[in-house]
Design a binder for this molecule. Structure first.
Ligand SMILES: C[S@@+](CC[C@H](N)C(=O)[O-])C[C@H]1O[C@@H](n2cnc3c(N)ncnc32)[C@H](O)[C@@H]1O
Length: 244
């Protein structure tokens, strides 16, 4: 049965597979997505940070070590939130077990909101962008990553669990629900075009400051073959915006 984002990550076997993938040397997250996110998040010192769909909150620990004033993670999966609590145990960081859609966003409480690879699990992003805008202090920033729309458009030509050799981009302008087999489970994701993400931000009042596709940098990879493979297709789309 297909599952929503948080329920998917609460599945015992999906959770175990995901955690081991994330810890792998040269994981796509560490080699491609994280360096761009870190770059766009700077400066970190003194920032009050909200992380939507924080997963294990490893980044929260790192941000606090790098001088963030505070870190709050919102996470919908019980299993992930429990790991995040452990990660932040001896820090000032906090985690709330709550769906991104249902949380009561406080007004002007954060300088930086991040959402790493969580927003493509959400059907309607328009109210979320409005809530994020509301929760940011004036000039506050919103930096997020999603699976690249070229990837979310279509998963034909791929058997989950095997290294993907060919990518089919199809039904690109037919946006909305995609049911995908991944990590041994079946999950609901939502496909949007690049233009959709851009307009969602604009509509909520944001000024868009940067757009990246996490092009691979050789120095971030131990293995040249993985670097070459990652040069074939974009996996991530990352946007940075500011509250006007
Ligand atoms: C791919 S993981 C990324 C975790 C973390 N942001 C990172 O980059 O390491 C996606 C996370 O988003 C969470 N998530 C997905 N949809 C969510 C929702 N609607 N509300 C809260 N969390 C959600 C999942 O439970 C999962 O922990």
């Amino acid at each position: 049965m297909e599952q929503t984002g948080p329920n998917f990550y609460d599945d015992e076997s999906v959770f175990a597979t995901y955690m081991s993938l994330r810890q792998r040397t040269d994981s796509a997250n560490d080699t491609l997505e994280k360096p761009v996110i870190m770059d766009l998040m700077r400066p970190i010192t003194g920032q009050r940070i909200l992380d939507l769909g924080c997963g294990d909150a490893a980044i929260g620990r790192e941000l606090l070590q790098n001088g963030a004033a505070s870190y709050l993670g919102v996470e919908g999966s019980h299993k992930m939130a429990a790991v995040a609590k452990q990660t932040l145990m001896d820090t000032t960081g906090e985690v709330i077990l709550q769906a991104i859609e249902n949380w009561a966003y406080p007004h002007a409480a954060f300088d930086l909101v991040i959402a790493r690879l969580s927003l493509h699990y959400i059907a309607d992003l328009s109210p979320i962008c409005t809530n994020i805008f509301y929760a940011l202090a004036p000039k506050g920033r919103f930096v997020f990553s999603v699976e690249h729309p070229m990837i979310t458009s279509c998963d034909q030509g791929w058997t989950s669990g095997t290294p993907r050799q060919n990518w089919v981009v199809d039904n690109y302008f037919t946006t909305g629900l995609r049911v995908t087999n991944w990590l041994g489970g079946t999950v609901q994701k939502y496909h949007r075009t690049v233009e959709d993400y851009f307009h969602l931000l604009q509509k909520a009042g944001f000024i868009i400051e940067d757009l990246r596709e996490a092009s691979p940098q050789r120095e971030n990879f131990h293995d040249v073959k993985t670097y070459e493979r990652r040069s074939r297709i974009p996996l991530f789309l990352i946007l940075a915006a500011r509250k006007s």
